[in-house]
Ligand binder design. Structure first.
Ligand code: BGC
Length: 445
């Protein structure tokens, strides 16, 4: 590992989502999913990191880690516990949390929707219902009117592609459907919800913060490489790209509905983004064939590749390729809104961070405007279908005692964030060290 420097105005932080860390809320689809026994380790997000009661402690952790920015999300089911009725208590809680962050000099980037829906919304057909668009817009309006004096940077929706594929194609996530028509319908509504919400945030922002508002989407981008140069594999990889990336990205950013979601521009051709958010984790090797219904094509991990504990290929060049690709299309400021690894022993995360940031440096040297890196994630937390088994945190969490303990990778990241560089000192101190977190790994954890 060689030292390298990033620009002084490059911003470092971490990303989290409300459902995965807050705990205590039963009014959302993921609590219901856990209650149905659908989480692999039979756990529930009801406990999570108890962040709802520990916002100060976690903000202090971020400060200690020299973070300049923090990506967090709001839990819709807390803010609007019943259709049309909003909770002042919940919004005041978020105001306090955000004020604390600001007092530490940490700028929040707030996501309105990160995978979880209020139960009343899902009971009313969720994203399949055309009314979902105006319901989401109304929630946006409430959140932004009440927080817009503190928050200028928003993400409307996190990874719509991941949520819709899991919720409507594989059926592994709520609402548990395997229905391509449902996938297309929900995609259309999410695209419209983003555009209406984008416009609404700007409209309110104009009065609240003299137009400094910026809005984007956190796009999950994967690399789909064909297994062989054969036409059928290349076409299959192209199809994945179209269905998984283009449909939602072009819809949400340009307002264009592509086949088979629709056609034309329901809200006019436009620019519905102020930055481009990329969540990047891994790549898939794609070949022609038929998988589990209704899946088309086969996906595998590159033979011999190094992987995370979840079996995802560690492929830092993919971050470079993804950013290059979308920078060429959208030519705007790029935020890496998520990047991280499930690494239980914390023995690969340091190298993972180093290698991915190295790609960022390369991009910046080539003139690409990548300005932020939000590591996924601050503390180990509730990882959706997988429950608490995966460990993505820079900070270890003792679930029972709810104590936090910095990992070596957390110290490494804190060093980089503070100095805007991977210094020789940081490398010497931490890169060869064994992990220190055995303490937290118990049988039933
Ligand atoms: C999601 C996070 C998730 C992470 C790791 C992203 O797809 O936005 O919520 O925890 O990946 O799987």
């Amino acid at each position: 590992m060689e030292p390298f420097k990033l620009p002084d105005d490059f911003l470092f932080g971490t990303a989290t989502s409300s459902l995965q860390i807050e705990g205590g809320d039963r009014n959302n689809t993921w609590y219901m999913w856990a209650d149905l026994g659908r989480i692999k380790d039979k756990s529930s997000p009801e406990t999570a990191c108890d962040h709802w009661n520990r916002t100060d402690e976690d903000a202090e952790l971020m400060k200690k880690m020299n973070q300049q920015v923090y990506r967090m999300s709001l839990e819709w089911s807390r803010i609007e516990p019943k259709k049309g009725s909003f909770s002042q208590e919940a919004i005041l809680h978020y105001r306090d949390e955000i004020k604390k962050l600001l007092s530490y000099g940490i700028r929040p980037l707030v996501t309105l929707h990160h995978f979880s829906n209020p139960l009343w919304f899902e009971d009313g057909q969720g994203w399949l219902n055309p009314e979902s668009v105006s319901l989401f817009e109304r929630y946006t309006e409430y959140a932004v009117r009440n927080l817009g004096d503190l928050v200028t940077e928003w993400i409307t929706v996190n990874e719509p592609n991941v949520m819709l594929v899991n919720g409507y194609v594989t059926g592994l996530w709520p609402p548990g459907m395997k229905n391509i028509m449902g996938f297309l319908k929900a995609s259309r509504h999410l695209i419209c919800a983003h555009i209406r919400s984008y416009k609404k945030i700007h409209e309110i922002g104009l009065n609240m913060n003299s137009g400094e508002t910026r809005v984007g989407v956190a796009n999950h981008i994967r690399i789909f490489d064909p297994k062989t140069p054969k036409l059928k594999d290349r076409l299959t990889a192209g199809l994945y790209d179209h269905l998984f990336h283009d449909l939602l990205i072009r819809g949400m950013h340009e307002g264009k509905l592509l086949f088979p979601v629709g056609s034309g521009y329901p809200y006019g051709q436009g620019k519905y983004y102020d930055f481009f958010g990329i969540n990047y984790y891994s790549r898939d090797i794609v070949s022609f064939g038929f998988g589990d219904k209704p899946m088309i094509g086969r996906i595998e991990v590159k033979e011999g590749a190094e992987t995370s504990d979840l079996g995802w290929e560690i492929y830092p060049e993919g971050l470079y390729r993804a950013i290059k690709k979308y920078h060429a299309v959208y030519d705007t400021e790029i935020f890496i809104t998520e990047n991280g690894i499930d690494d239980r022993k914390d023995d690969r995360r340091i190298k993972f961070i180093y290698d991915h940031l190295f790609q960022v440096k390369k991009l910046i040297d080539e003139g690409v405007n990548v300005s932020r890196y939000y590591h996924w994630t601050l503390t180990d937390n509730f990882e959706w279908l997988e429950g608490y088994v995966p460990k993505f945190g820079l900070v270890a969490l003792d679930l029972k005692k709810q104590t936090r303990k910095m990992k070596n990778s957390g110290l490494f990241y804190a060093g980089i964030s503070g100095e805007k560089q991977v210094s020789k000192n940081t490398i010497d101190k931490l890169s060869g060290k064994k992990h220190v977190i055995e303490y937290f790994i118990s049988e039933d954890d």
